[in-house]
Design a protein around this ligand. Structure first.
Ligand code: A2H
Length: 253
């Protein structure tokens, strides 16, 4: 198998001011954690962002005013697609790790939550998308289990310096009805399959397979501008209206 292009939507999750000490060099810029998703129509249900604690990230100049925090490889991908201040070359203003990003407060397009926080997820691949993932636990089994791990295990929160208030107030939001699983399909399937943590890779792959197909084919939006419409109809509209930008990024197929 060769390399197939994978088209993602980038969700621009804006870093709220005042910036923490480490990010002061970016003052005056609009700084976003850039998350790559295949499901822009689910963005209403965002409860947090995910980063890999030991992952290496950079803050890259996209144009005169905007900075994206993402993996270096993603910055190179975007630079080749003409999304870099310097033509065909990533321009990195600051290098950080996922640990530096945990706890950052963000404002994300379409999210029903006014402010969400960056939290640790251990299954993130740094060579896929941007290395930043937006979390929709109602509809994504990986997101549901990773959030459950943080909610139910105080020691896990402590290990990564995650404060209770970044996690505990965030409820799973019903945003899409997916028969026969109901309006929190990822939660339903994870409970039915008795998945215990984000580390149960095989079970999660099966949960993803089930919810992804049904969500796309049979899902109906129940919130937002596209309430009452099929996911298949809402998805392209969400790409246009949610302010994220459509990019093509390559990955190993
Ligand atoms: B999806 P594919 Cl609601 N590491 O977005 C791990 N996972 C990553 C990632 C990375 N570096 N980059 C993106 N992803 C996730 C929403 C969503 C997603 C929902 C339901 C299913 C779903 C909210 N999270 O994906 O391997 C992102 O999660 C299930 C396939 O390129 C992205 O879309 O096919 C998806 O994986 C891309 O997966």
């Amino acid at each position: 198998e060769g390399v197939l292009p994978q088209e993602y939507t980038i969700i621009k999750m804006e870093l709220l001011k005042p910036f923490p000490e480490k990010f002061k060099v970016l003052e005056g810029k609009k700084v976003f954690l850039a998350a790559a998703t295949l499901r822009p129509e689910t963005m209403y249900g965002q409860t947090n962002a995910w980063v890999l604690p030991d992952g290496k990230y950079g803050a890259f100049e996209i144009n005169e005013t905007e900075v994206f925090v993402m993996a270096h490889r993603a910055a190179l991908n975007l630079a080749y697609q003409n999304h870099s201040r310097v033509s065909e070359k990533p321009s990195c203003l600051l290098e950080v790790t996922g640990h530096d990003l945990i706890g950052l407060p963000l404002k994300s397009p379409l999210s029903l939550n006014e402010v969400i926080y960056a939290l640790p997820m251990l299954s993130i691949l740094m060579d896929k998308g941007t290395g930043v993932v937006t979390s929709v636990p109602s509809d994504a089994p990986d997101d549901y289990m990773a959030l459950q791990d943080l909610k139910s295990k105080p020691a896990f929160r402590a290990k990564f310096g995650v404060k209770d208030e970044w996690v505990l107030p965030f409820e799973i939001l019903p945003i899409i009805d997916v028969p026969p699983f109901g309006n929190k399909c990822a939660e339903r399937v994870c409970l039915d399959m008795k998945i215990k943590s984000q580390n149960e890779k095989e079970k999660l792959a099966e949960a993803k397979r089930q919810t992804y197909l049904k969500g796309f084919n049979d899902g109906t939006m129940i919130v937002g501008e596209y309430a009452g419409r099929k996911v298949q109809e809402a998805k392209p509209l969400a790409i246009v209206y949610s302010e994220p930008e459509k990019r093509v990024m390559s990955r190993s197929g």
